[in-house]
Ligand binder design. Structure first.
Ligand code: AMP
Ligand code: TRP
Length: 332
């Protein structure tokens, strides 16, 4: 029986952080044995913010290395750079004809960008979800492991797929969000201001490349308060986030003990953060070291990305050929 097809991508816009790891990569690793996986570095997507040409390659290679260091096996999955599969751009163009201005303008991530970078509201930002849909539909994926922040984009991919099917005939399956452990993990920034992300406060973001001491420093500075005064209080979001991080990298009994301290109003956040910092440093260190080693071996990374692109193009060209035929681009 053929395996179900999975696609996901991570933008090459900076260093990968715990949100990327727990929200995305950990799911990739869990899926690689049982699905036909296409994982890519979304370098086309990163162009919306005009990265320096001299830095692009390094960014792409680093994201690839950090994925492998996190446990992704390029022998099992196709790991590639989005721009090595130019069929992506053709499908993006086709889907753009089925995407409406009104729906694109309403996307919350677009509205955020308009707010954050009013001087650079380019059409690539507006059509970001269309490019993402092209990435996914290009391989006729049915499952897409992404964090909660990407759910709306995925809904749009389903809309574009069904619009294409309604107009030209049944062709694309409708891709669904997939999470191995069901729960959507969303890691908040350590300053309590929104989600952890590549471009927000770097002192409140833990990167997979952070040294032990940097991790300790960042966690010790994480936002807390003077603690609950009523037993079994509701946790503020920033405290929940510390517990979430602890549940992801510490022993269950450690989390339980701090949780009961919280519920009994005798929690000492300083102690909790000290413990979390140690466990987090232990968790991140092997990933950081492996990724650094891989980045030194450019030849190896190049081979991996080329092999991944070859596999991806094989599947992509079939889809493009089929889509062209249905549209009527079939002249000779
Ligand atoms: P990005 O860094 O925006 O390219 O995101 C790559 C992947 O990581 C996507 O699947 C996101 O949903 C996921 N991701 C990014 N930030 C977070 C976060 N703070 N918490 C959980 N998942 C995240
Ligand atoms: N938009 C995604 C993000 O910012 C990255 C991405 C691009 C993606 N293309 C994709 C994720 C296709 C899943 C499938 O996180």
């Amino acid at each position: 029986m053929s395996k179900e097809i999975v696609v996901s991508g991570i933008r090459s816009t900076g260093y990968l952080h715990l949100g990327n790891y727990f929200g995305a990569i950990q799911n990739y690793v869990l899926m690689q044995d049982n699905y036909d996986c296409f994982f890519f570095v979304a370098d086309y997507h990163s162009l919306t913010t005009h990265p320096k040409p001299t830095e692009l390659k390094q960014n792409v290679f680093r994201v690839a290395a950090e994925n492998i260091a996190s446990g992704l096996d390029p022998e099992k999955v196709a790991l590639y750079a989005q721009s090595d599969v130019p069929e992506t751009a053709e499908l993006y163009l086709i889907l753009n004809m089925l995407a409406y201005m009104g729906e694109l303008e309403k996307v919350p991530t677009f509205k955020d960008k308009v707010r954050q970078q009013p001087d650079n509201v380019n059409a690539g930002l507006l059509t970001y979800p269309v490019l993402m849909a092209a990435d996914i539909l290009l391989h006729k994926a049915v499952k897409v492991p992404v964090g909660k922040d990407q759910e709306q984009h995925l809904e749009m991919a389903r809309n574009f797929a069904s619009r294409f099917n309604a107009r030209y005939g049944d062709f694309f399956p409708e891709p669904q969000v997939f999470r191995f452990n069901h729960e959507a993990v969303k890691i908040m920034s350590l300053d309590g201001e929104g989600k952890m992300s590549k471009s927000e406060n770097i002192n409140a973001t833990i990167y997979l490349s952070d040294e032990d001491d940097v991790i300790r420093k960042k966690i010790m500075k994480a936002k807390t308060d003077s603690g609950p005064t009523e037993p079994n209080s509701v946790m503020p979001e920033y405290i929940q986030n510390l517990f979430l991080l602890m549940s992801l990298c510490s022993k269950p009994e450690t989390v339980e003990s701090f949780r009961s301290n919280f519920n009994n109003c005798n929690i000492r956040y300083g102690d909790m953060k000290k413990q979390l910092a140690e466990d987090m440093a232990t968790f991140v260190a092997p990933i950081r070291e492996h990724a650094a080693e891989l980045q030194k071996d450019e030849e190896k990374l190049r081979k991996i990305l080329k092999a991944g692109a070859e596999k991806a193009r094989e599947s992509a060209s079939k889809t493009i050929e089929g889509a062209r035929k249905l549209i009527g681009i079939n002249y000779y």
